[in-house]
Design a protein around this ligand. Structure first.
Ligand SMILES: [Zn+2]
Length: 298
């Protein structure tokens, strides 16, 4: 049969189609490392990566942030980027070989081309870009995405020497990772944003509370002032102070009496125990208020 227009595709046709599709996928995955995801122009410094590891020329990414409709498919490509803080400026080594079909960038360590053939990663703290395998050969404790951190430590970037903690799960950003890893990164991005939002809300809430407290106090003071002037009565503070002064006067009076009594008493005590002349003549009261003539005893 066949040649009647109604042929059923056999296994050979399916394999051929699948082969074609795979080739097309490969071409697309390769192109991503050559061209800006937004402008589709060849990647050239300065280049930025978004939180999912997609690559852009920095000017195109900024243009998109300023005008989300600047590129027709922008909202399909990177709807999750909100601002410049979502972009990591990459320090990628331009490919010294600018020949036909050559990738724009190479690994700082291995000089392998960043063309999709092997996985590439960027260090988040400095933006330096390496072939994943080459960097891990130098830094074996470099964390993998989604892995929990081991003992924190500090190592130097083998390219720019800036130190960072390689065990932090956010130490590296993979460039165009698998869809599975992209999903992990997107979840992490939204989680981080939720935390930041909650912290901001809590901080704002505290500030508002403080303001309300201050406002309440000011209202109370104003009310107090109003009450005082309305009633014409002395201000509580003034009443307090006059009360205090009358109490103080009473206390001072008592103290004066006490001191006087003490002085009298000490004189009497002195008189009782000293035979010498105290300079005072005449009768003095003794401890019990009795009077006696000191000269009578001597
Ligand atoms: Zn670096």
């Amino acid at each position: 049969m066949g040649a009647d227009g109604g042929s059923i595709p056999d296994r050979r046709d399916l394999v051929k189609t699948r082969g074609k599709a795979a080739t097309a996928d490969k071409a697309v995955s390769r192109e991503r490392f050559f061209y800006c995801a937004l402008s589709k122009k060849r990647l050239a410094k300065p280049v930025v990566a978004d939180p999912l590891g997609k690559l852009y020329n920095k000017d195109a990414a900024i243009e998109y942030l300023l005008d989300k409709s600047a590129y027709g498919d922008g909202e399909q490509i990177c709807p999750y980027i909100n601002g410049v803080k979502d972009l990591l400026t990459l320090n990628a080594q331009p490919n010294p070989d600018e020949g036909e079909g050559k990738a724009p960038f190479v690994c700082w360590l291995s000089l392998k081309e960043m063309n999709g053939a092997v996985p590439f990663i960027a260090l988040r703290h400095c933006g330096c870009v390496f072939a994943d395998g080459a960097l891990r050969a130098v830094l074996p404790n470099l964390a993998k995405i989604g892995e929990t951190a081991e003992e924190p430590s500090q190592v130097a970037c083998p390219n720019c020497t800036k130190t960072f903690d390689p065990t932090s799960s956010s130490a590296v950003l993979p460039i165009y990772p698998t869809q599975e890893v992209q999903d992990v990164l997107l979840t992490a991005l939204f989680a981080a944003r939720a935390v930041a939002k909650a912290n901001k809300k809590r901080k704002n809430g505290k500030d508002k509370e403080k303001k309300e407290d201050k406002g309440e106090r000011a209202t109370k003071v104003a009310k107090l002032k109003n009450d005082r002037s309305a009633s014409g009565s002395p201000a509580p503070a003034a009443a307090n102070s006059s009360l205090t002064s009358s109490v103080r006067a009473q206390l001072a009076e008592q103290e004066k009496k006490r001191l006087a009594a003490q002085a009298g008493m000490s004189d009497a005590v002195k008189a009782m125990f000293h035979n010498g002349d105290t300079g005072k003549k005449g009768d003095v009261a003794d401890f019990f208020g009795r009077t006696y003539n000191r000269y009578a005893t001597s």
